[in-house]
Design a protein around this ligand. Structure first.
Ligand code: PEP
Ligand code: MG
Length: 885
């Protein structure tokens, strides 16, 4: 059977989204549950894909299928495209599986022509409206399908208004509009080099083709990359009967959300315009009115709209974003979809829907994007700032942004990518600005409402945005921004508060965000579902306490080197490294031991009752010494000065030691377990400090759970020796403490490919494994963690050679494969082996999903990511269940 590329509206439903796109399936589903929608048919995403894969050539028979579907639509509506008596007008819209702002703009009023315009005017009793529809159609069609520059039509419209001495489009008369149609046709011919086609069927064919082509356009591509949407999905094309919101004062058009998408509150949220088409609301040309005012203007349609909102929410179990039109007091829903919302709204809506009994907790968890939780962990402006805002716009997307002003997306992208914090300031953003929005800290617009492009895009990305700040004057050429008496130029600092809409000159201080009750409740649900434990990476008592507050179930990685880097400790550490003999080294270590012990005590205190994994010293020793070049220059200077001989001798000795310790590839050099085996007295000192700290904490009623971890193990024999050394030292300490009891375990990091491959051998000597996915990414892929991100990696991501930066989100097949292999081999020897991960990936939702699949016991991440990890671990369980179902 040949593939089917066409579906009438009544044949679709919500489950057909991959085929009909979000819009097509959405409208079909609405019809199915009895909601008033205009009639339509949909060209499938598979037709788009087939055309894309064949140099834009449509599949055989597609056009005939479309003509047949059109014929059926004409029969159902009792109208014909371009008819002189009962004309059918249609809209043509792209509709990808996921909503995509970068796609082709909608074509409205297709089917209007020199013949049908008269009929439309007669039917509606409003010829002016018909001519307005006609000129709008030529403008949209010419611009979007035939790529006539937008300004060509805009200029002609502006010239005509100026000629007539009027301000508003609505002040133009029917005759003015007739004239404008002729002007538009002439201008179109000039720019196209041929007549604009007047046959509506030909216009339809070209419009559908333009939708297909727009799937591959650069701005859609930018959006897809930013949102990880595959280019292979294609877009559907929806051809729908037009209903008119601009048929006079009994007609209207609007957009609304079933709840407030900024806060999640269950309240009216939307805008409408009487006597207007849908594009007028989103384009921000006329300022829309708050939805509540519709009750007075169109009471029956308003009541029906409220009922429909409830029905849609109940049906979809989620907050909806709705487009509607009222034609002569009859309500039509044009579109509904799950509304984009801020993270805090997302949590509130989910929690409220569960409380209202619409969905259960598991379903609520599926609805929340783990990455969205990040937004709630966004900084806000320090409330103590005491500054007066320059102006206030709409609080379009929450969070605070500080950066320097830039006026165009290209500069924003360039400077943002170079690491400069910038704030993109625009009159209004368009889909062409997307790359700039992505690279900016925040967005400020002078125009447009809560549903404007800037607001919608920023909310989706979790970027602070202040929209519609009408008091600001932008001079894009001079690159200045004027608010009252204040003039800011490109490069001047600005601060936005997307939560209040306030705009400040200068860079204000930011404070870390608060985690609210909704957040706690939802992460609490996640805790009931997740299987993996979530621990934190923390190196001091304060971070450990913070981590525990965030719900960490222990410490998965305590990096002891951080304790040595401290200024007060470095002298003793250097003394230890520079010691000529063991005795001198022992003396220096004796100085360090009490410091280490104090650190461990603070951590054991904060984590009483929970496991604490302490890793023995990992970095190469040269990291604790001055830089080689600096020291060489110092020696040179002292020699020239001819000063204190002792000072010179000391500097030379240090230089010699630095030289001796310097390695070509320190990351592959004397570090980790190799260091411990070369200088066992360092490890002995650390184990003693651990034992003494644990005994001290125990002595004061605490409950330390000690886990000692050996880094960078490649050979089983390395761990075997370290295990002996640790066990022996512990035994000595406990004996010295009068035969005290202190259970402890010894484990290893798996962060080298060899370790993963021989994990069965290593497991013989390990009580637990912890995957160091930072080093495992470095050594597994063979890319330097210190250099690659600033070098070729960004280009690799851009060119789709790798799907994401593998140091942030795990390389599933490669490094993830090593994690799976190591886990499997380790557990082949010890089936109950506890296996965790403590690299950066432990806090990344996509990586956590993989770790759940592999069956790890826990993930460990930075304290601030602990709540996200708890959540992501639960979602990972649900994903697994979905896959098995
Ligand atoms: C790792 O390599 O993943 C790890 C956690 O250790 P570090 O980042 O300290 O090398
Ligand atoms: Mg490591």
């Amino acid at each position: 059977m040949t593939e089917r590329y066409l579906y009438d509206l009544s044949e679709g439903d919500a489950s057909m989204k991959p085929l009909l796109g979000g819009k097509g399936a959405g409208v079909a589903e609405m019809l199915r549950i009895g909601i008033p929608v205009p009639d339509a048919f949909t060209v499938t995403t598979t037709a788009c894909v087939a055309a894309m894969n064949n140099d834009g050539q449509w599949p055989d028979g597609l056009w005939d299928d479309i003509l047949a579907a059109l014929d059926r639509l004409e029969q159902r509506t009792g109208r014909r495209l371009g008819d002189a008596e009962r004309p059918l007008l249609v809209s043509v819209r792209s509709g990808a599986v996921q909503s995509m702002p970068g796609m082709m703009d909608t074509i409205l009023n297709l089917g209007i022509s020199d013949t049908s315009v008269v009929a439309l005017g007669a039917e509606s009793g409003n010829p002016r409206f018909a001519w307005d529809a006609y000129r709008r159609f030529i403008q949209m069609y010419g611009e979007v399908v035939e790529t006539v520059p937008a300004h060509v039509y805009e200029d002609a419209l502006a010239a005509l208004k100026s000629d007539r001495g009027v301000q508003q489009d609505t002040d133009l008369t029917e005759q003015d509009l007739q004239q404008l149609v002729q002007t538009y046709l002439t201008l179109s011919r000039e720019h196209m080099g041929e007549e604009l086609p007047t046959d509506p069927k030909e216009q339809l064919r070209r419009s559908i083709d333009a939708v297909f082509r727009s799937w591959l356009n650069p701005r859609a591509d930018v959006y897809r990359r930013a949102n990880n949407i595959s280019a292979d999905l294609g877009t559907a094309v929806n051809v729908m009967q037009m209903v008119f919101g601009n048929r006079g004062d009994t007609s209207a058009t609007g957009v609304c959300f079933t709840r407030n998408p900024a806060t999640g509150a269950k309240e009216l949220y939307g805008e409408f315009l009487v006597n207007a088409q849908g594009e007028d609301v989103v384009a921000g040309i006329r300022t829309p009115r708050p939805l509540a005012e519709m009750e007075q203007v169109l009471p029956a349609a308003y009541r029906q709209l409220l009922e429909t909102m409830t029905k849609l929410e109940q049906h979809y179990g989620d907050m909806q974003d709705i487009e509607f039109t009222v034609e002569d007091e009859t309500l039509y829903l044009l579109q509904t979809r799950n509304g984009k919302r801020t993270a805090s709204a997302s949590l509130k809506v989910a929690r409220d829907l569960v409380a209202e009994g619409v969905i259960d907790e598991r379903e609520a968890l599926r609805r929340i994007e783990p990455a969205q939780l990040d937004q709630l962990l966004h900084p806000a402006i320090d409330p103590q700032h005491g500054k007066t805002p320059l102006t206030k716009g709409l609080n379009a997307s929450p969070g605070a942004a500080v950066g320097t002003v830039v006026f165009d997306a290209v500069t924003a992208e360039r400077r943002g990518k170079a690491g400069d914090p910038v704030v993109l300031v625009r009159w209004e953003t368009t889909p062409d600005d997307i790359a700039g929005v992505i690279a900016a800290q925040g967005v400020l617009t002078a125009h447009g409402g809560m549903t404007s492009h800037a607001a919608v895009v920023a909310r989706g990305m979790g970027k602070p945005c202040v929209a519609g700040a009408s008091a600001i004057k932008i001079d894009a050429l001079a690159k200045t921004l004027t608010i009252g008496d204040t003039v800011l130029g490109e490069g001047d600092s600005i601060t936005l508060d997307g939560s209040t809409g306030e705009v400040f000159a200068g860079a204000l201080d930011l404070v870390p965000p608060q985690v609210n009750e909704d957040f706690q409740a939802i992460v609490g649900w996640a805790d009931k579902i997740r299987r993996m434990d979530v621990r934190a990476n923390a190196d001091n008592g304060e971070d450990a306490a913070k981590a525990r507050e965030f719900g960490a179930q222990g410490i998965g990685l305590c990096r002891t080197e951080h304790m040595f880097m401290d200024e007060t400790r470095l002298p003793a550490v250097r003394k230890m490294i520079l010691a000529d003999d063991e005795a001198a080294r022992e003396a220096a270590l004796a100085e360090i031991l009490p410091m280490q012990q104090a650190d461990f005590e603070a951590i054991f205190d904060a984590m009483s009752g929970l496991p604490v994994t302490i890793r023995l010293l990992d970095p190469p020793l040269h990291e604790f010494l001055p830089n080689l070049v600096d020291q060489a220059l110092l020696v040179q200077r002292l020699e020239l000065q001819n000063g204190d001989a002792a000072e010179l001798a000391e500097a030379k000795a240090l230089l010699g030691r630095i030289n001796a310790l310097t390695e070509q590839n320190p990351m592959l050099g004397t570090r980790g377990v190799r260091l411990a085996l070369m200088f066992p007295e360092i490890a002995v000192m650390q184990v003693r400090a651990i034992a003494r700290a644990a005994l001290a904490v125990k002595g004061r009623g605490g409950d330390p759970h000690v886990e000692i971890m050996v880094p960078l193990v490649a050979f089983a024999q390395e761990l075997q020796r370290m295990r002996e050394l640790i066990t022996e030292t512990m035994a000595q300490e406990l004996a010295a403490a009068g035969g005290a009891e202190l259970p402890f375990t010894v484990g290893t990091m798996i962060e080298l490919p060899r370790a993963a491959v021989v994990a069965d051998q290593i497991a013989e000597f390990a009580d637990f494994f912890s995957f160091g996915t930072n080093d495992l990414t470095q050594t597994g892929i063979g890319i330097s963690r210190d250099d690659a991100e600033g070098a070729f990696l960004a280009a690799y991501v851009d060119a789709d050679i790798v799907p994401a930066n593998p140091f942030s989100s795990i390389d599933v097949d490669g490094v993830g494969g090593l994690v799976a292999l190591g886990t499997e081999r380790g557990r082949s020897v010890k089936p109950d082996l506890k296996v965790g991960v403590c690299g950066e990936h432990g806090g990344d939702p996509a990586s956590i999903n993989l770790f759940e699949k592999i069956g790890l016991s826990y993930v460990s991440c930075s304290p601030y990511r602990v709540p996200i990890a708890r959540f992501a671990a639960a979602v990972a369980v649900l994903n697994q269940q979905d896959q098995q179902a």
